[in-house]
Write a protein that binds this ligand. Sequence first.
Ligand code: OSB
Ligand code: MG
Length: 377
Amino acid sequence: MRVTQIKLREIELSLREPFVISSGWMDVRRILLLELEDEDGVTSWSECVCGSRPNYSAETVDTARLALREWLLPRVLGVEIAGPEAVRDLLNDGVQGHPMAKAAIEMGFWGLSAQAQGVSLSQRIGGERDTVATGISIGIQDSPAALAAKAQAAVDEGYRKVKLKISPGLDIDFVRAVREALGPDQDLAVDANAAYTLADAKTLAELDAFDLIMIEQPLAAGDLYRHARLQEQLNTPICLDESIIDIASAEDMLSMEAGRIVNIKPGRVGGFLNSIGIHDVAQAAGVPVWCGGMLESGIGRAYNVALASLPNFLLPGDLSPSARYWAQDIVTPEWTMSEDGFVNVPRSPGLGVEVDVDRVESLTLKSETFAPDTAAV
Ligand code: OSB
Ligand code: MG
């Protein structure tokens, strides 16, 4: 395949409610979108999942734009590439880091390849499910009672898993209130976004009393060794998010027993090839994975839903429908969830949703078009 033009846009979408996690918060989502076009005029879209501040990961919208423009887009533009499987190594050669910027390109190639072949993105990667189970990730609230009310509303909407953001001091009382409100049978998880240290092991062990299905990323991203030490002290399975950046880190987690569940976000790990590789090593080890979210627009969501159709995605993903995030999404149809908490995996070619280009244009703050051997044209 040969991509002859890529249009890079930055749009701004307002979240319906601010989203607060231990490391920061977001109310307006700045999103980079890529529109790729190949030599036959086939087009597809992809999304870069960075935030606007470096609280979840080092990358931001602005660093990703720089990396895309200066180092990454020139690697792929006008070049004959065997297929999306070849893009990861092409982008990694001589460029350290910037996984979310790389993923936006690499995933764009998967979407374009599916579109060109006339198959769905899920089919293109070997997905097997027609529907994917959906959980909700609820940000930090002002009080335990407010959080319990939100959690109850989510269960009433049909969500199959409820994940609560926690932070030191905003943890035990909040989780207790939710467990009491939802009863013992509801699948409940917490996500600390790396806010604790091993010195907090006692507090984290208190969470065992609430029968959580996992504690996501309690410690710092680089702390695989300490996660292994912490897991020895907890009954609750640790799930790693920020720590898993590639296939090797997933293998290290598995061999060190630094956790028992993996959150895969394709942006965080540099794209689909690594996501599939992590899926495969986890599956071989008997460790379940699930698809995390980065408050994506309907474009990024198409990739996450397709990925979650792979067989070892055994737990509900953070794949809420469009209306949870936005007054209006940028795709049609919008993503919806059934009353029992499932999202359909599209079977139509490519992403399976149409991009509302007029709406994208109206939300665009900046755009640049790149072609082979040119700066922005
Ligand atoms: O840690 O999973 C996370 C959003 C932004 C940054 C980090 C995380 C999240 C979420 C959102 O939990 C999940 C979603 O997209 O619904
Ligand atoms: Mg997380």
